[in-house]
Design a protein around this ligand. Sequence first.
Ligand SMILES: NC(=O)c1ccc[n+]([C@@H]2O[C@H](COP(=O)([O-])OP(=O)(O)OC[C@H]3O[C@@H](n4cnc5c(N)ncnc54)[C@H](O)[C@@H]3O)[C@@H](O)[C@H]2O)c1
Length: 284
Amino acid sequence: MLNSNQRWTVGLIGVGHVGAITRDALSFRSHVVTYDIARDLEYPDADFAACDFLVVCVNTPPSPDGDGAADLSQVHAAFDRMPPGIPAVLRSTVPPGTTDMLAERYQREVIFWPEYVGETRFVVQTMDQLNKAPFVIFGATASPALSSWVDLVAECFGPLVKIYQVPSLEAEIVKYMENSFFAVKTTFVNEFRSLCDSLGADWQSVREGWLLDPRVERDHSDAFRTAPGFGGRCLPKDVAAILVRAAESGASMPLLNAVKEINGGRVRPAQPVVEIMPTAAQQS
Ligand SMILES: NC(=O)c1ccc[n+]([C@@H]2O[C@H](COP(=O)([O-])OP(=O)(O)OC[C@H]3O[C@@H](n4cnc5c(N)ncnc54)[C@H](O)[C@@H]3O)[C@@H](O)[C@H]2O)c1
């Protein structure tokens, strides 16, 4: 229910990279109460019971089995402790079908809201990414809770941001398709860089010529000598996870399988990640 300041109250579970971004965005127009298992000794039962929404931002790392599947144990742990009846909003990247499974298993409405502001190694992209994310996607079916949630997010992000709403299955696939595409593109440019190096051609001249065509986007267009292939905390795990889900469903993805294999063979030292600049809300 809107409080006396016309604000919703939101409980946020998991204050890591995505949780911090989400907290700051929602704080513009709602009162946000946070809980992180690594930081807070007590679960805020009473505060969460008074929330209008509970937003889950926990991680979905590769399964310890080593098969590449997404490990949903943090998501289940978050849902296990939630007070009943309050709609949940899921920000974690989860395999297709997970949102519906959670709604059924925990008997609560679940809105899937994938995150697109990733981590970056490039200083210039950091604030730009935050300021210019031109869309949000909601995977959900129509309901009063969804309408309220769309209102809240629309008020936080403003009218320039397109709100795209589809069933959760489609939204889950969209998120994996995005990261898989960047993995494919990165593998592709690395192959051409290697061709350039073999032929004695200057890679940056070739790349800039390629980018003259406005149909080719600049994002993920470079291949770095010190960091070949794709890395980071999302692309490798998400490519592996969607391949597992595809195999379970009987779908064949030979291109993505090859990309995973090619990338798996690369030696890629860990790269420092640029911290997203703290907002005034975070600093206080
Ligand atoms: N990092 C990115 O750039 C990025 C971008 C888009 C999507 N995602 C997705 O968002 C999700 C979160 O990623 P992240 O990078 O923020 O992870 P993270 O590891 O930085 O943060 C997760 C946080 O959740 C906390 N946590 C774990 N279990 C908990 C529980 N039961 N209760 C409360 N807190 C708990 C952890 O202590 C941690 O602080 C993942 O599914 C990831 O794939 C990440």
